[in-house]
Design a protein around this ligand. Sequence first.
Ligand SMILES: [Zn+2]
Length: 136
Amino acid sequence: MHAGSEPMPHAGQQSVTQQVICDLLAREQVGIQTYGDTLRTFNGRRALVDAYQEAIDLVQYLKQEIMEREILERKLQYALIALATIYDMYGQVCEEYVDCTHQSCAASYGAWATADEARRAIRHLDGERRSDGDPA
Ligand SMILES: [Zn+2]
């Protein structure tokens, strides 16, 4: 991911705003348990300095996540290519595969069935995204 290269957004899945509201309320409870009160004005701290220091941490966490996702996305691509290869190449069995006891047929079918199950699960997740408005 590189800055400035994002496409226009389209209809997506979950409401981020609703989740942020839930997180804010949960965070308030943590504050009350920790400090005995919710965050209030004129509490003796310089909010701008607190916010600035937390923004520095935020930038680092964001960059960490971007860097980690780039690696995870590359790993996922390798795994998806391997899955497609297994699905396309290793489902071959002998003529009597229904009744046969060949270890190689069982292994080949097992690999194919495992790849098929994973591909179905991935398609199911893609379908959930589409049913929530994703046009892809
Ligand atoms: Zn066989």
